[in-house]
Design a protein. Structure first.
Length: 107
């Protein structure tokens, strides 16, 4: 006794919903095989060592603590020295007119 094609179709649809599979009667390429693969992110992340805790991390965690970051203070001092010599970064243009005003000038 042959089972009707529509009945078999319903059975496959029910089976897919029960076992959490995708129902694809036309065998179209859906990319499910790629989506079912294991994620490689954790494996790639395990290649690299854990990042050490820095002073910035501690300050971020406890903002109420008063801390002194020697490297940051030295960086700010170096920037101040460069600005005093006229070698610092140029000021940002705040408006459209300021940027147009200096666009045609050559130094």
């Amino acid at each position: 006794m042959a089972v009707a094609r529509a009945r078999m179709h319903e059975l496959l649809k029910l089976q897919a919903s029960l076992f959490n599979h995708s129902f694809n009667p036309s065998n179209a390429r859906t990319g499910n095989s790629v989506l079912r693969e294991r994620l490689i992110g954790p494996a790639v992340a395990s290649y690299y060592p854990k990042r050490p805790v820095s002073i910035k991390d501690i300050v971020r965690m406890f903002p109420e603590w008063e801390t002194f970051d020697e490297a940051e203070a030295e960086r700010i001092d170096n920037i101040a020295i460069l600005k005093a010599r006229g070698k610092g970064p140029p000021k940002k243009k705040r408006t459209k007119e300021e940027s147009k005003k200096n666009k045609g000038k050559k130094k």
